[in-house]
Design a protein around this ligand. Structure first.
Ligand code: ADP
Ligand code: MG
Length: 243
């Protein structure tokens, strides 16, 4: 589904250039549930934005579903993004003056689906994520967990093959975080590739593969089921807040 070969990305501001991704090699298969860990500033969001075609890269290759993604103009990027990818963010990114139903229906509005039809479909998605009774509530009237479920429903409504989630539980308490992870697991069980960024070991442990970024490259990749090895790495580094 996703193949990266020797991918490089620098940010240039004025005379300064910051080399963030320094040769990322990565392969993620269709249907995998992957977490990306790494200290703050290690380039996790940069990587996710490139995977989501929100940003371009400088060198190397990125293949999404066999198609080379490089230097697409905004229209092509948007088409591929809308067909393939759903996004979930730490801060939910819901539109504050639209209710839950309208937020979920929004991608269909951009696909020019009629109001009547998109509201029917959006209600189905709200129902599926346990939010039918909250359809006419504004984001401010929803709990953090409910907001993230609305965001996941919105990401799912255009039937993406890949869900990219940047710290989806970063703003939630532990119980709600597990609830949201359970929902992402159910999404993954339907065959959708799910890639999340997280700081939390117990969240990462709920995914089937953990990728650790360090100094702009991929450090280790840990397959779940080999959690013993994972725990040993954590212990050897003696760091619990950030991997
Ligand atoms: P992470 O998500 O792992 O915390 P990021 O990918 O957000 O890391 O950022 C990696 C580095 O790139 C950081 O040093 C950050 O300040 C820098 N950076 C991120 N986005 C930009 C940008 N648009 N312009 C310049 N520097 C950026
Ligand atoms: Mg980040």
């Amino acid at each position: 589904m996703i193949v990266l070969n020797n991918l490089h990305k620098s940010y240039v501001t004025g005379n300064n250039s910051l080399h963030v991704l320094k040769g990322i090699d990565l392969e993620i298969h269709a249907g995998e549930f992957v977490s990306v860990m790494g200290s703050s500033g290690s380039g996790k969001s940069t990587l996710l934005n490139i995977l989501g075609i929100l940003d371009d890269y400088d060198e190397g290759d990125y293949f999404l579903d066999g198609k080379k993604i490089k230097g697409l103009n905004e229209t092509r990027a948007a088409i591929t993004r809308n067909q393939m990818i759903g996004f979930v963010f730490q801060s939910f990114n819901l539109i504050s003056f639209k209710n839950a139903l309208e937020n979920v229906a929004l991608p269909l509005y951009y696909q020019k689906v009629s109001r009547r039809k998109r509201n029917v479909i959006a209600m189905e998605y709200l129902d599926r994520f346990g939010l039918k009774d909250w359809a006419d509530h504004l984001p401010a009237e929803l709990s953090g967990g409910q907001k993230q479920r609305v965001a996941i429903a919105r990401a799912m409504i255009s039937k993406p093959q890949v869900i990219l989630a940047d710290e989806p539980t970063g703003a939630l308490d532990t119980a709600t975080s597990f609830e949201v992870m359970q929902i992402l697991k159910e999404v993954n069980d339907q065959g959708i590739t799910v890639i999340i960024v997280t700081h939390e070991h117990d969240i990462a442990a709920m995914t089937s593969k953990i990728i650790r970024m360090k100094d702009g490259i991929i450090g280790e990749t840990i397959i779940n089921g080999d959690l013993k090895m994972y725990r040993e790495i954590i212990r050897s580094e003696n760091t619990f807040s950030y991997v």
